[in-house]
Design a protein around this ligand. Structure first.
Ligand code: AHR
Length: 345
């Protein structure tokens, strides 16, 4: 009897000791294997993944201008600061190349997260499904795509419709009292979400003051094409009171064309652009550009943050859209010079 009690006592003591040593039922399994019910995109290192565990495959559109250069720098500099292994893919503004690069990252065993700035809004269903089947979380950077929300974690970027609305509102102010309100629109690359959405937003607010968009054509985000398109239009007609450039570069091209046609940009013909890069500030300070609506290129930190959260199992709790912060700048702003001096792009 005494001995059982001793044994029982010893067993009790032993079980207490063992319980103290054994992992608690709720503690995460060893960092080698993600728990079975883990949210999509949870990495084996969860919940303690660091930026040094991240290998991001990033599909950039190409290098079409000042905004894109600032966006690329945001990725490369932030990755270096955080210690992320960034595999940077330049799609050279070629959709087929971008899709091929995407598939490359899906097959690359090192890559654990994929980010993309989609050249066009449509056509991504299959490659997104392939990434999902491969367990690779996808993040949209800068540009949205049509639908398929369940096939990507989140979109980090601007409200392009709102940028268009702001441009329309500013053009209304500039053409106040003008008898005619004929506006020409220089559009971004066809099929891209900024081109589609900025055009839609502009027409929404421009209609409120009777503006008519009498000419609209792509200038593919470039100074050269922006100038060529405007030159061709000016040969046909000079009945234009405003030019809406969907980005800075195309507006710069239009400004050159107006000058060469003997018109005074920002006076005879009002000019607005979207991006507000350093070049736009210089044009406003030179008095050739009336307004620049900002589109913020420095979004890489938010993309890396969302990717790390996803690797740590929090992907499902992220919002589907993480908006960027943006303003509107006009050549009439008395502090324009100081503002320009303080900007990173
Ligand atoms: O997606 C953003 C757009 O892409 C910028 O407004 C333009 O400059 C760039 O090409």
């Amino acid at each position: 009897m005494f001995r059982f009690k001793t044994i029982a006592f010893l067993i009790v003591v032993a079980s207490i000791v063992l319980a103290a040593c054994a992992p608690a039922a709720t503690q995460a399994p060893a960092a080698t294997e993600a728990p079975a019910t883990a949210a999509f995109g949870t990495a084996p290192c969860a919940p303690n993944c660091q930026y040094s565990d991240m290998v991001m495959g990033f599909l950039q559109t190409g290098s079409e201008g000042g905004w894109r250069a600032a966006n690329t720098a945001s990725y490369k500099e932030t990755a270096a600061q955080l210690g992320v292994n960034l595999k940077f893919y330049d799609s050279q503004n070629d959709l087929a190349k971008q899709v091929a690069g995407f598939q490359q990252f899906i097959e690359d065993p090192e890559v654990n997260v994929i980010a993309i700035s989609p050249l066009e809004a449509a056509g991504w269903e299959q490659v997104l499904k392939d990434a999902h089947d491969a367990g690779k979380p996808v993040f949209l950077s800068d540009r949205r795509i049509d639908g398929n929300e369940d096939l990507y974690v989140t979109f980090v970027g601007a409200d392009f419709v709102e940028e268009g609305r702001k441009s329309g509102t500013e053009m209304c102010k500039l053409l106040e009292g003008s008898e005619s309100k004929n506006v020409w629109e220089l559009v971004g690359n066809v099929g891209s979400s900024p081109a589609i959405d900025r055009g839609k937003g502009f027409r929404e607010t421009a209609a409120e003051c009777g503006i008519e968009v009498t000419k609209s054509q792509t200038g593919n985000w470039s100074i050269v094409e922006g100038k060529q398109v405007t030159e061709a239009w000016l040969k046909e007609s000079k009945d234009v009171q405003g030019i809406f450039g969907q980005n800075d570069e195309m507006a710069f091209g239009a400004i050159e064309a107006l000058k060469e046609a003997g018109l005074v940009p920002a006076v005879d013909v009002k000019v607005t652009s979207v991006d507000a890069t350093a070049g736009a500030f210089q044009a406003m300070l030179d008095g050739t550009l009336n307004v620049a609506v900002e589109c913020n290129p420095l979004i890489a930190p938010q993309v890396f943050e969302a990717a790390l959260a996803t690797m740590n199992g929090e992907g499902a709790s992220l919002p589907k859209w993480i908006p960027s912060i943006e303003g509107v700048f006009t050549m009439l702003d008395p502090n324009l010079k100081e503002i320009a001096a303080g900007r990173k792009y």
